[in-house]
Design a protein around this ligand. Structure first.
Ligand code: FE2
Length: 462
């Protein structure tokens, strides 16, 4: 999606208003009044993989625009509008909490972190409490760059300590507990609810390596700290919600190396053993819910798709006291019902509110889908360009790739069964083997249970 300079200028000033005004000083979170457990549900909005690049780090030049519209489908140019739409949604719906589960920045630029921190400061004026975690792009990233005069310019990234200082008001300063060996912490937004915010990133060797490590892991010491915090939450009768950037199980048979944490099965056992039945994650950029049955019970990994990538949706997690189970009152145990769903951000309404007359925002959902399908289709067009296929066949396969990828990233692959088998692209796939392309398309064709966009879990009171 291409935006004109004028549109970008308008967006820039809108974002500047959004980001401007206040510094990042201020009091750490004070635990808010607890929601009435009998009458009110807890609502937690979730986003990740924002990949924000501060407006001060580019001049909207050609190089920036080429890199911002990368082949991985990230739509960096639309982020000011998406953050505007997120603010509008939060203002209107007043959720209790926003979790931002890593990959906050494009490549860990200090200025991008500082801009986002100011944005969160503004957002908290609506009454929401924001909590952040780092992702693999965010800390000690040797790739941090500005984009000026069609040249890349190295800019400072941040150390782990600087990350915690910049976001001190968004989890770190008011933490109930912090892990000594990582940026993991426990926050208590209000009495009775604890957030287990887990830093799964490996940034220690980034400088030596010359690139940011993609994968994630938890050391034995951090695992011990997690067990201790789970035990404390149990003792205090608090609900516990666990978040991290990386995935704790494979979401895709081909794309999992560097996505799923090291020693994932033992970590799933740890969570199941502590009664933590689900985690919130990101990193893979697609909307995916997976589950594994462990000896101590089932564990779910709910990966919310990337804010920067179509369909630009956020996760919505609500918790409410579940209706009492039938049986003698002495045997009834109270439980909480957790519901996860997704919500697309309404950029169209935001554009109308701020007075933009640009179709690319007024018709954002469609345009962003077209853009994502084009980028996905281009991957296939490039791969198949040297094959012996006709232009019509290449186009059929590329369009199929666009459609399947758009559904896979949205968590709606279940729709494929309705219309894909009758398509020319699908028939070609049955008849020929296009190596990785064929394997990839087959793996995103089918929707493996559970559904990727909604989940309900009942958890007994701790
Ligand atoms: Fe990531």
């Amino acid at each position: 999606m291409r935006f004109s300079n004028k549109t970008m200028l308008i967006l820039f000033f809108t974002l500047a208003a959004l980001l401007g005004g206040c510094g990042i000083q201020g009091a750490a979170h004070r635990p808010a009044e607890a929601p009435d457990r009998e009458r009110r549900e807890i609502s937690i909005y979730i986003t990740n993989d924002v990949h924000f690049l501060a407006p001060s780090l580019h001049d909207m030049g050609q190089l920036y625009r080429r890199l911002a519209s990368g082949s991985d489908g990230k739509n960096i140019e639309a982020l000011p509008a998406l953050l505007g739409a997120l603010s509008m949604t939060v203002e209107a719906e007043k959720p209790d909490i926003l979790l931002v589960n890593g990959d906050l920045t494009f490549n860990g630029e200090r200025q991008s972190h500082e801009s986002l921190a100011r944005y969160f400061e503004e957002l908290e004026k609506t009454g929401i409490q924001v909590f952040v975690l780092p992702g693999n792009h965010d800390i000690s990233n040797p790739f941090a760059r500005g984009f000026f005069n069609n040249e890349l310019r190295a800019v400072p990234s941040v150390s782990p300590g600087e990350f915690a200082a910049i976001y001190r008001n968004f989890g770190f300063a008011g933490a109930l507990s912090r892990d000594r060996g990582s940026l993991s912490y426990v926050a208590e937004p209000f009495p009775g609810l604890r957030l287990l915010m887990l830093d799964s990133c490996k940034y220690t060797n980034n400088r030596t390596l010359g690139f940011p490590e993609l994968g994630g892991a938890f050391s034995e010491a951090t695992r011990k700290w997690i067990r201790g915090e789970a035990e404390k939450a149990r003792r205090d009768g608090a609900l516990l919600v666990a978040s991290l950037h990386h995935n704790i199980m494979d979401h895709h048979p081909l794309i999992n190396e560097g996505f799923t944490i090291d020693d994932a099965e033992s970590f799933q056992d740890l969570l199941a053993g502590e009664g933590i039945q689900f985690v919130l994650s990101g990193h893979i950029h697609a909307q995916e819910i997976s589950t594994r049955q462990r000896e101590a019970g089932a564990v779910y990994d709910i990966a919310t798709s990337a804010l920067a990538v179509y369909p630009h949706q956020i996760g919505v997690l609500t918790a409410a006291p579940a209706a009492a189970s039938p049986g003698p009152s002495s045997e009834r145990s109270s439980a909480w019902e957790w519901r996860y769903a997704v919500k697309a951000l309404d950029v169209e309404s935001w554009a109308r509110v701020v007075g933009l007359a640009d179709e690319r925002f007024l018709d954002f959902s469609q345009k962003s889908r077209d853009y994502f399908m084009m980028v996905s289709g281009n991957m296939a067009r490039r791969r198949l360009s040297t094959s012996s296929l006709s232009d019509e066949e290449i186009e059929a396969l590329s369009s199929l790739m666009g459609l399947l990828n758009s559904r896979y990233f949205s968590g709606t692959s279940y729709l494929n069964a309705q219309d894909v088998p009758a398509s020319l692209g699908y028939r070609l796939l049955q008849e020929h083997d296009y190596e990785f392309f064929s394997s990839y398309v087959r793996t995103i064709m089918e929707d493996r249970p559970p559904r990727d966009t909604e989940l309900t879990i009942r958890i007994p009171e701790r």
